[in-house]
Every structure is written in C-alpha cells, then in structure tokens.
Design a protein around this ligand. Structure first.
Ligand code: 6LW
Length: 500
C-alpha cells in the first residue's frame, strides 16, 4: 500500500488548526527545539507555508530546565475578536501558557501562565463570551517519577489574568482506553462536540467523540467510537490520532491529525516520528462524524531542500536544541554560517548544533563543511535526542562514523585525506533489506565523506534505532551540523530524494 505523503512532513505532531475567513493556520508541537511552535498557513489545505513561530525568544519557555521530550506539548490555536490565541503546555517547564498575537506571523506575547495543571489545553467560548479551557488531567512529577491521570477536565477561565473561575470538572473521557487527551470542544449547530484522543500516542492511538447541549456536558459518546484508529491494521500510517476539526474552503469537513509513517508489518518502525496528516470527514444523518483513514489526497511530492545561507541567514526550517539557530551559528561576512565549538558533543542536552527535520524516506542529506581552525571536531549528525544519534565527524586527520544509543557506543574510524577544499558529509538513507518480504527495519543509513571528489563510506548503520519506536521519543529525526571544538564553516546543506 502506497503511503499518503504527510500534510506537514518531518516531525510535526499534535496539529491544531483554525480557519479565519479564507485562511487556515496550523500549529504543531516542538518539545525542546527552538524556535518553537511553527505557524503554517494555507488557503486550500493542500499547500502550506510556514509564516512564523510562536516561540522566538528563549524566555517564552523554560528551555533550560525541561527534560528532553518535555517543553512544547500540543498547542491549540484559536481566533476570536481579532486576536489569535495559542494555549499550550510547556511540559515540565513553565506549565500551561497562553500566547496571543494579532498577526499569526508574530510577534507573539511572552506567555501568560494559566492557573491549571495538566496537558493538551483547548479553548472554546460560548455565546456569552465565557471561555472554557478543556484539558487532559495528566499530572507529571519528574522528581518522584510519578504520574497520575485525572481524565479530561474543564474549567471556565479568565484569559486576561490566567485565573481559574472554578474548580476543574470531570468531563467525558473516551471509551476507557489509556490516556484520554487532546480534547477539542466545538459548537456546531445545536450541539457541543467533544473530540479527543485515547489509547496512547503509539499504535493504540484513537480518535473518539461525544456531544451534549452544553459546553460543560453531560456528553453522550458516539456509538461508533473509536471513530478512527490504525491499530491492528496494515495501514502505512499508524498511530493516527490527536485530531482537530476544520471546515474546508470547499464546504468539506476535515480532520488534521498526527500519524507515523512506518515500514514493516505488525512490528514496524517510523523513522520520521509523528507527522501531520489530513483526512476528510462526512456526517451521518444522526449528526455524528465519520472519519476516513488518512489517504493520498494532499501532496504527492516533497520538494528538495537546499540552503546556502545567503548573507549568513537561516531558512526558517532550521532549529536548535534549547537554543535559537542564530545564536548557535553566526554569519561570518560571507555566505554560509560558522559554528564554534565549546566542548559539548551531541551527547549534551544543549549541543552546538543547528538542524532541520528529516522530511522523507529514501533520502540523501549532504552538508558541505570546512574546518576553519586546527583541532576542529564536528560534522553531520542525525539526532533523535542526546541518547540516540548517529554522527559523521571530522577530526584532525580522521573521519569518524559514530552510533550512540542508550548504554551503547560504536565508532568506525577512517583516515581523512588531506584537502584544501570543502568536505561533503552525507547520510544516505535507503530501504532496508527485505529478506522476509516486508522490511524489518525503517532504513539503512550510509555515512559517507566525499573528499577531493572521492566518496568514502565510513560505515552503514541500521536506522531502526533512530525511530519513534526505539527512541521512545515524541519527536523525530532532526539532521544537522554540530561543532564540538574549533570552528566549522557550513556552506551548503541539502535534503533530496535518494537518486535511484
Ligand atoms: C501530547 C499528548 C501526547 O501532549 O503526547 O501521548 C504529548 N500523548 O497528546 C506530546 O506530543
């Protein structure tokens, strides 16, 4: 089965969407990466362009304190009376925050702390203008290692002050599956609909819905729940869930949702992490939505990406880990950017690294770099987190291919031929062997250094260890360039389909 191409490729989970006139805006989760919460814009729900980010200043989040995988979780975007609202959890950081802007491209406000405890907040207003914040009552305590789940909850809140106007009330929380979350409340005709995700964000992920005549409930679950799940199916997009409804330009209802594009059978691996998909909705005569599995309606190709950093500037796709790209790497007069090592490797929680989400399977990623100082150590890396990364590293006189996985570290070392020119560092991710028929991994990754026009395959690594399943991560692969010592000039970076 040919998989549908994601609507927003590369890790972009927990999509939330709002329609304002003929314009659609969509936001996704970004965890420990900065800038955070990209704002994508479309007029046709097919072609999307990033217009900005909600988080462009470090102090909008508590980036330094949060564990990797914490940070920006599940923003909801809404619009009312000329103001865009994004409500989000800075998980294990500043907590629940409300950001506002009159232009979705930004600038966005500093983030008002909201008096509520949980994750996945939603905003809805009734006809009187009362605001209801509905959220998932997941309480995390990293200090004790404990977590509790209170189900879906709701409070009326004052958005001007962030104060709760009442105690949280328990809401309809799905069909009884684990982790009811991602609630969104909509007033459609005579009904208030409460959409949510349940089953956990992995293979059991599901979308369910209920409705009632008041935003506070009581709610009656749809008899057809769960309305969507890929669990137990052979669909190439698994983990489908965490959706948000929108009425399209054509009068058609759509659900944007997250999914993981996997390779394999019942055991399978999704190297790109959780991406954003879109799928059509129809309505039954009784007024319940029917959600089709994501299908290839949206895009057929993902354009190649090339950045030569004109004037030393970054394309808006670039991210840093707990740091903004422009503060990690700087322009140096000419085109390209320069990274200066400060002793931190990719094992560090805040490496000297600039990266971009991997957006496709069967891909060639090339970084053209030159060491600028004697003793420079750095190169191209593929990161899931500080415990899961593959590095292709230039050191004085040698090039190292390194796999870092929890408790495991492996290095392959080759001599680096002398050169006066730049070095191309390359990851080529190709389909895995099919000894059993179906693939038993996500991909094989060749780590290649091209020096003086000669390609050296430093090593080949199995890609399954850098997948959503193995890394147990909410994010996905981010490829990019790092520098541990000395300084490295990054002249060109390209991601393109692997030539066949
Ligand atoms: C998100 C929640 C989830 O807040 O993952 O497991 C969190 N479920 O809906 C981060 O994406």
């Amino acid at each position: 089965m040919k998989p549908p191409v994601p609507l927003i490729p590369g890790f972009n989970p927990d999509p939330s969407i709002v329609r304002v006139g003929d314009d659609f805006y969509l936001v996704t989760s970004t965890f420990e990466y900065l800038p955070g919460i990209p704002v994508y814009h479309s007029t046709d729900l097919v072609t999307w362009a990033k217009v900005g980010h909600v988080i462009t200043r470090r102090d909008q989040l508590q980036v330094d304190g949060v564990p990797t995988g914490g940070g920006v979780w599940a923003p909801t975007i809404r619009f009312r009376d000329g103001v865009f609202y994004v409500i989000v959890a800075d998980a294990m950081g500043r907590g629940m925050l409300l950001f506002t802007a009159t232009d979705p491209a930004g600038p966005w406000s500093d983030g008002l702390p909201m008096e509520l405890n949980g994750i996945d907040p939603d905003l809805a207003w009734d006809d009187d203008g009362t605001c209801y914040v509905t959220f998932s009552g997941l309480l995390l305590d990293p200090a004790s290692g404990n977590a509790a789940h209170l189900g879906i909850q709701q409070m009326r809140m004052d958005l001007a002050t962030g104060r709760a106007l009442e105690e949280p009330r328990a809401m309809w929380s799905g069909t009884g599956l684990i982790f009811p979350e991602a609630p969104h409340l909509y007033q459609l005709g005579d009904w208030w609909y409460l959409l949510l995700a349940e089953g956990g964000t992995e293979r059991g992920h599901a979308v369910s819905i209920a409705r009632g005549t008041s935003p506070m409930g009581p709610f009656e679950g749809c008899p057809a729940n769960p309305l969507l799940t890929a669990t137990g199916t052979d669909r190439p997009v698994q983990c489908s869930g965490h959706g948000d409804l929108v009425l399209g330009p054509d009068g058609q209802w759509w659900l944007v949702l997250l999914g993981v594009w996997v390779r394999g059978m019942t055991r399978s691996f999704g190297s790109l992490g959780r991406e954003t998909y879109i799928t059509p909705i129809t309505w039954t005569e009784e007024g319940w939505p029917v959600i089709a599995p994501p299908a290839d309606r949206t895009r057929t190709t993902i354009a190649p990406f090339v950045d030569e950093f004109p004037g030393g500037r970054f394309h808006s796709d670039w991210v840093g880990v707990r740091n903004l790209p422009a503060t990690v790497a700087t322009a140096d007069g000419a085109d390209g950017v320069v990274l200066r090592g400060e002793g931190r490797t990719m094992d560090h929680v805040a490496p000297t690294f600039v990266g971009r989400r991997q957006t496709r399977h069967d891909v060639r990623i090339t970084a053209t770099v030159s060491p600028l100082a004697a003793g420079t150590v750095g190169g191209l890396t593929l990161r899931y987190d500080e415990q899961h990364h593959y590095d292709l590293e230039i050191q004085p006189g040698q090039v190292v291919g390194r796999a870092v996985l929890p408790t495991i570290r492996q290095e392959h070392v080759l001599e680096l031929p002398a050169t006066n020119g730049p070095i191309e560092l390359r990851f080529e991710m190709r389909p895995p062997p099919t000894d059993y028929g179906p693939a038993m991994s996500s991909d094989l990754i060749d780590l290649i250094a091209v020096v003086n026009g000669v390609s050296l395959v430093v090593t080949t690594l199995d890609g399954r260890y850098l997948s959503a399943e193995s890394a147990c991560s909410f994010t996905g692969r981010v490829a990019g360039v790092y520098c541990t010592d000395g300084s490295l000039h990054l002249q060109r970076y390209a991601e393109e389909d692997l030539p066949t």
